[in-house]
Design a protein around this ligand. Structure first.
Ligand code: GDP
Length: 184
């Protein structure tokens, strides 16, 4: 199990978010970067869902983000409903150097909309932006797909730690806004 900050730390509220996308796009590395600032060069797909916690200050609140990772179980249908249940946010990842992982974003989105909360905050992430030599998906393409579907969008490199923090922060602050509006 991946662990970030201590789960016992004081916080104002906790929410769940999920990572999804094809196998090998870099989900676990994005998560370990975010929770421990560490790049795992040889991550192996493990069995079972993994998750990490991290406390973040948004406005004047301490929010505990609990982020779930499929841990190599992407293709197993059995996890779907329990995996998405209660999640307020999703980070949908593709690999900019693998066209097929971008083509599959549509399927992941369909699944998210079927099983997830209606007002779930979704961030589309084009990971491995460091692999510019073997790029198969233009940044503009990712961006316009995200715009058309009403998603946030960012390219990242878990390897070079580019934009990883920002992806999680954008998602968390959007979730915070929605949660606040609901409680007004
Ligand atoms: P997951 O199956 O989606 O969780 O993907 P992993 O996090 O296990 O990563 C799959 C492979 O991609 C591993 O060999 C990682 O080292 C590599 N990887 C992950 N992120 C990056 C990145 O930003 N750039 C590069 N070049 N490789 C990456």
């Amino acid at each position: 199990m991946l662990m970030g900050d201590s789960i016992d730390e004081e916080c104002d509220y906790l929410f769940k978010a999920v990572l999804i996308g094809d196998s090998g796009v870099g989900k676990s590395n994005l998560l370990s970067r975010f929770s421990k600032d560490e790049f795992r060069l040889d991550s192996k797909p493990t069995i079972g869902v993994e998750f990490a916690y991290r406390n973040i200050k948004v406005a004047d609140r301490i929010v505990k983000a609990q982020i779930w990772d499929t841990a190599g179980q992407e293709r197993f249908r059995a996890i779907t409903s329990s995996y998405y249940r209660g999640a307020l946010g999703a980070i949908l990842v593709y690999d900019i150097s693998r066209r097929q992982s971008f083509e599959n974003v549509r399927n992941w989105l369909r699944e998210l909309r079927e099983f997830g909360n209606l007002d779930m905050v979704i961030v589309l992430v084009g990971n491995k932006s460091d692999l510019s030599q073997s790029r198969e998906v233009d940044e503009e393409e990712g961006k316009s797909f995200a715009e058309a579907e009403g998603l946030c969008f960012m390219e990242t490199s878990a390897l070079e730690n580019v934009n990883v923090e920002q992806v999680f922060l954008v998602m968390i602050s959007k979730i915070h806004d929605i949660t606040r509006q609901r409680s007004l």
